[in-house]
Design a protein around this ligand. Structure first.
Ligand SMILES: [Zn+2]
Length: 122
């Protein structure tokens, strides 16, 4: 399992600049390790929508310390490909979730059936 630092070193080899230019993006992708220590943490951000989310968070482009400007999505695509060998969609991850009864349990929204309080007059 690659550490964000090693992903950042790989980014430097591809596009130049310094490890620090990329580390915030790679660390963001792997922050989900804080909630799940094994590879399943990747389901949270390691997919196409996660790459677009990184773009919203870090901006469309990043300016490297070398002055070069590169698309943020390039960095996200690199990260996900290095971890998974491809860029899955979130649907690919969701298909791997084993459904449990609690996931579809809905409570009756009984409060929505109540009539508006007509005793209040204006
Ligand atoms: Zn990762």
């Amino acid at each position: 399992m690659a550490h964000p630092y090693h992903h950042a070193v790989s980014s430097v080899k591809k596009w130049g600049g310094a490890v620090e230019d990329y580390l915030p993006i790679h660390s963001w992708f792997d922050e989900s390790k804080a909630i799940l220590a094994d590879f399943r943490h990747r389901a949270l951000r390691h997919h196409a929508e996660g790459i677009f989310m990184a773009e919203r968070i870090f901006g469309t482009t990043i300016t490297l310390s070398s002055g070069r400007v590169i698309p943020t999505r390039w960095v996200g695509e690199q990260h996900v490909r290095e971890d998974l060998g491809r860029i899955p969609s979130f649907a690919d991850w969701a298909r791997a979730i084993r459904p449990e009864p609690w996931m579809g349990k809905a409570e009756k929204l009984s409060h929505l059936d109540e009539q508006p309080n007509e005793s209040i007059t204006t």
